[in-house]
Design a protein around this ligand. Structure first.
Ligand SMILES: [Zn+2]
Length: 111
């Protein structure tokens, strides 16, 4: 908090310490404004603007292909030989990308 005085920092820290865990609070009441008001209870809070948020993953087949290519020729050839194809799951959004033997062979040509 650049420029904040010690009193303000103490009040914010006190509000954070007094608030229940974020997960616990949001499971009881999913309005983020209520959570903010709990943490900032020592302040005269004014909401100036609000913007809806959403979770979005930027994974794509192209990115997964680049990740596979980055494994290197030996590793890709081993996957092709041992498993035929492979299935890659994005660890952020659980999107599944299937790669057949033909797909892997095509990636090997790009290395
Ligand atoms: Zn994803």
């Amino acid at each position: 908090m650049p420029g904040a005085d010690e009193d303000t920092i103490c009040k914010v820290e006190g509000g954070i310490m007094a608030a229940p865990s974020v997960s616990a609070q949001l499971s009881e009441d999913d309005d983020p404004e209520h959570l903010l008001r709990t943490v900032m209870s020592d302040f005269d809070l004014k909401i100036l603007d609000s913007t809806p948020v959403e979770y979005r993953c930027y994974c794509s087949r192209d990115r997964v292909e680049r990740a596979l290519i980055s494994l290197g020729r030996d590793e890709l050839e081993a996957i092709l030989r041992d498993q035929g194809g492979c299935q890659m799951t994005c660890q952020f959004c659980d999107a599944v990308y299937d790669f057949t033997a033909a797909d892997l062979e095509k990636l090997l040509q790009e290395i």
